[in-house]
Design a binder for this molecule. Structure first.
Ligand SMILES: [Zn+2]
Ligand SMILES: [Zn+2]
Length: 246
């Protein structure tokens, strides 16, 4: 079965280059899910005319606002405007449900009394093992990023394809394990020639491109310095709206 990957949003946290926060939509014909759902993801989905109700599951790499902050908007829309009836699964790192609830209460005070009329299922993903989420096999690897976000890279088996997303985080050997043999490896590349704590830069991509062992690699989460050279680097870079067929 063909798998398609749509970069609904591939930007950094601050809207550099006018790009939306991280939201990567994957579908295999039967199932449609996103990896991450950043603060601006509802706007980005609507811009691409993708109905939020059509998303069966959201997988989260970590609990930073540019990667999960759109969920309160998605949930409120599902309960009010869009009148969702089909189940929604939210799978993420340790503490995901409590953190989404806190974000919901912070952004829409009083919304906690609302009960969704659709099944809302939370799954806490265990690091280092294969987690079954609907028809997907999701394997999280520990990432080196702000510890309070419970950061992971996700290796996702969808149909007969493997999609790995680094999430945010510095280069680690674990990341190579996550990306090995993947049909698509989506790698964050926030900075260009500056090594920086908690993120990868293009220095890491140059040094470790071969070690990742993926069939195809696309760079994402580009900051201003990377955006300025994205047409000059050898690697493929994501754009909002880019669709890749696997
Ligand atoms: Zn980020
Ligand atoms: Zn982050």
């Amino acid at each position: 079965m063909a798998v398609s990957v749509t970069f609904v949003g591939c930007g950094d946290a601050f809207g550099s280059g006018g790009r939306f926060n991280t939201c990567i939509m994957v579908e295999d014909g039967g199932l449609r899910f996103t990896i991450d759902f950043g603060a601006s993801s509802m706007v980005a989905l609507n811009k691409l005319e993708i109905a939020p109700n059509s998303i069966d599951a959201v997988l989260l790499t970590h609990l930073h606002g540019d990667h999960f902050g759109g969920l309160p908007f998605l949930l409120l829309d599902a309960m009010l405007g869009a009148r969702r009836e089909t189940p929604l699964t939210i799978a993420g790192p340790k503490g995901v449900e409590a953190r989404v609830d806190q974000a919901m209460e912070a952004l829409f005070p009083g919304s906690g009394v609302m009960q969704p009329k659709f099944p809302l299922i939370y799954v806490e993903l265990e690091i280092g093992r294969d987690n079954e989420v609907l028809d997907l096999t999701v394997t999280p690897f520990a990432a080196k990023h702000t510890p309070q976000t419970n950061p992971t890279a996700l290796r996702v088996g969808v149909g007969d394809k493997i999609v790995t997303y680094s999430g945010d985080g510095e280069f680690t050997p674990d990341l190579c394990a996550a990306s090995q043999g993947a049909d698509l490896f989506i790698a964050e590349c926030y900075f260009h020639d500056t090594p920086v704590k908690g993120h990868m830069s293009h220095i890491d991509i140059r040094n470790h491109g071969e070690d990742f062992g993926a069939k195809r690699m696309v760079l994402t989460h580009l900051g201003p310095a990377m955006l300025a050279v994205r047409d000059e680097v050898a690697e493929e870079c994501a754009e909002d709206g880019l669709v890749i067929q696997l």
